[in-house]
Design a protein around this ligand. Structure first.
Ligand SMILES: [Zn+2]
Length: 173
């Protein structure tokens, strides 16, 4: 039986070795849409810089820990993100959510991308927000969500972070 800690270290080693320029070594990306690097904006050096920053500021480590605690399986995804599928907790309520470079969903990304073809582009912008703000993103996001709810009675449309990430690509319009 492999413990959570060993699996985390295993994930970490795999993801650290992966250069972010395409599908990872163990988990070929399948399907279309999210699975394709085509259509992802940004450059490879930009992804590498973002990945490095999110590794250093602790947000990707937190994302991996959240994904593992929720029972999700991780694999490298396009644009330098880490895809975590099969998350079992009820919170937060969202089709997908992002912590550091880790994008987490309850089902799988092939199905999610079938419904929302640009969802990874949206989540990748949240990854960039983590690179700028570090762990401060989380309390600031909560404030932005509360603000949006207070003035618009909507959790996303008045939320600066969701607007910057793209309301349409995130499935909010
Ligand atoms: Zn979002």
């Amino acid at each position: 039986m492999v413990g959570v800690r060993e699996r985390l270290v295993g994930d970490w080693a795999t993801i650290s070795l992966w250069d972010g320029s395409g599908p990872g070594p163990h988990s070929p990306i399948t399907g279309t849409g999210c699975g394709s690097l085509a259509g992802m904006r940004g450059s490879a050096w930009g992804w590498r810089l973002r990945r490095r920053v999110n590794r250093l500021n602790g947000t990707t480590a937190l994302g991996l820990a959240v994904a593992r605690a929720g029972g999700a399986r991780c694999r490298p995804g396009p644009g330098g993100v880490i895809l975590a599928e099969g998350y079992r907790w009820g919170f937060p309520v969202a089709g997908a959510f992002t912590v550091g470079d880790v994008v987490v969903t309850r089902g799988d990304f092939d199905a999610l991308c079938g419904r929302l073809p640009e969802v990874l582009e949206h989540e990748r912008r949240h990854c960039a927000q983590y690179a700028v703000l570090g762990l401060a993103f989380l309390p600031l996001y909560v404030v932005a969500t509360a603000w949006s709810w207070l003035f618009l009675r909507d959790l996303a449309r008045g939320n600066l972070f969701e607007r910057w990430a793209g309301l349409r690509s995130g499935g909010y319009l």
